[in-house]
Design a protein around this ligand. Structure first.
Ligand code: ADP
Ligand code: ASP
Ligand code: MG
Length: 450
């Protein structure tokens, strides 16, 4: 069997859903499972809806809600068999509106926010399953929430992999054996008590990988709006090229440092069984895309030691200087315990003899983190920064690369330079506004175009 995951733009409207149906029809022999995201922009719109409710204006709430329903109506326009799915969506939208009206003017708790944000996938999957049935494909809609059991870290929940494996095999396995095409939601899950959760933005790729691993899939196909993993984000570097292949590690590093095309955790469940991920363009399905697979099977990608360049804005650098603690054991431990206590993920770390610089993306608990770190030493924070990452397995054995890299980056000021332990990435921090220019200059240096 294979898993086919369709991102927001790949299910954005009736044309896109028609293409999805053709793609699945061409893959019937592979026994596909279909995992879908919300229609493009709907998750953002649902989160905006929560903010509208907080502002307390019922008229605006009604108008935004109606817009969302109309969006789904337009997406199934002309697709036979979707009427009752659309009725179910309209009814659920009315329920959601009542829920939000009941809490008007109040900031939603993370658990409530997840119940709102997850609606997009529930609605899109209903529509698509119905459209597939209407096109005489044997689709069966599945609610993934009782299968995708997670912890209760709402808005960024972690699935319990063993439970997910067992339930996937129990609930989805028999459907495949019966010749059905399961159609389900990415991004969402639920706690063991059944409270809805989400896996974090872009999490549908991760769902697809978890299901693929549980069912020992032949491959996991990620259908999106670009022709694969590229040498840079084509929105920043218009001349970026599609990679033929990449390793799991490279894909994970690129995703962690801003290549939105894949969720950073996607490769994780697939590594042990060596299940390949193929990133493909839903608008141009005949293109080969990028295959992401174990390193051993990789062909070399031309002469460049660099495979791709990514960047991530919205980064804050936290610097800690600890003169009193100089040489003392346990300083790093004490420091990391602060981040751990406040569940704040550190992306990049660079340490000197007396000071440590770390980057964080999530500022929710930053004030408390800084307060506690101040007990360990002098702390200063720099915001509006971006991480730039240069990634490639060729970096492992290419001396002199750092010099070339920093030459190319000039005149931007570079801070917090770090090389991951796997030696396949080089990361550094620049001012946010310098990010795109730096990426373009690096692309020029390593790929000869920008
Ligand atoms: P989907 O909705 O299909 O999940 P996303 O918007 O999450 O799609 O991811 C696709 C986008 O990722 C592309 O449109 C592209 O702008 C961006 N992107 C960033 N870095 C890369 C990269 N290295 N290769 C390809 N796409 C990238
Ligand atoms: N719809 C969700 C989001 O926009 C999940 C996804 O697209 O992967 O983040
Ligand atoms: Mg995505």
């Amino acid at each position: 069997m294979i898993v086919c995951k369709f991102g927001g733009t790949s299910v954005a409207d009736a044309d896109a859903i028609g293409r999805l149906i053709r793609l699945i029809r061409a893959r019937l022999e592979d026994c596909p499972i279909v995992v879908v995201s919300a229609l493009a922009g709907v998750t953002d719109a649902l989160l905006a809806l929560a903010r509208v409710a907080y502002r307390g204006d019922p008229t605006e709430l009604g108008a935004t809600m109606d817009g969302l329903v109309r969006r789904h109506e337009a997406a199934c326009h002309g697709l036979p068999g979707t009427e009752s799915a659309m009725e179910a969506i309209t009814a659920d939208a009315a329920t959601l509106r009542q829920e939000l009206l009941a809490g008007l003017g109040r900031m939603l708790k993370p658990a409530e926010l997840d119940a709102v944000a997850g609606r997009g996938e529930l609605w899109s999957s209903r529509l698509i399953a119905a459209a597939m049935e209407g096109a005489e494909l044997p689709a069966t809609w599945i609610d993934i929430r009782p299968i995708m059991v997670t912890d209760d870290r709402f808005t960024r929940a972690t699935p319990y992999v063993q439970v997910v494996n067992t339930r996937t095999r129990e609930c989805i396995g028999p459907l495949l054996e019966a010749g059905r095409i399961p159609v389900t939601q990415g991004f969402i899950g639920a706690t063991a008590d059944g409270v809805p959760t989400t896996l974090g933005r872009g999490g549908s790729d991760f769902t697809a990988a978890l299901l693929g691993a549980a069912l020992d899939a032949k491959r996991v196909e990620i259908w999106t709006d670009v022709s694969g993993l590229m040498t840079a984000d084509p929105r920043v570097v218009p001349s970026a090229r599609t990679l033929t292949a990449a390793s799991y590690e490279e894909a994970a590093e690129l995703a962690t440092f801003g290549a939105r095309v894949l969720h950073p955790a996607t490769a994780l469940p697939l590594v042990r069984a060596g299940i390949p991920i193929v990133v493909l363009n839903a608008s141009q399905p005949d293109r080969p895309g990028t295959i992401i697979e174990p390193e051993a099977e990789l062909e070399r990608m031309g002469d460049s030691p660099v495979r791709s360049i990514s960047w991530k804005p919205g980064i804050t650098v936290v610097n800690v200087r600890a003169p009193r603690m100089l040489g003392a054991f346990g300083f790093l431990r004490a420091m990391f315990e602060v981040f751990e206590r406040h569940e704040t993920v550190v992306d990049v770390l660079a340490s000197g003899e007396v000071s440590v610089s770390l980057t964080v993306e999530d500022r929710t608990r930053l004030d408390a983190v800084v307060r506690e770190l101040s007990e360990l030493g002098e702390v200063w924070v720099e915001d509006r920064r971006a991480i730039v990452a240069v990634v490639g397995i060729g970096l492992r054995n290419t001396p002199g690369l750092a010099a070339r890299l920093f030459q190319a980056v000039q005149p931007a000021n570079v801070e917090v330079i770090s090389q991951g332990a796997s030696l396949i990435n080089m990361t550094f921090v620049v001012r946010e506004e310098d990010g795109p220019g730096v990426v373009r200059r690096l692309h020029q240096e390593f790929f000869g175009s920008c």
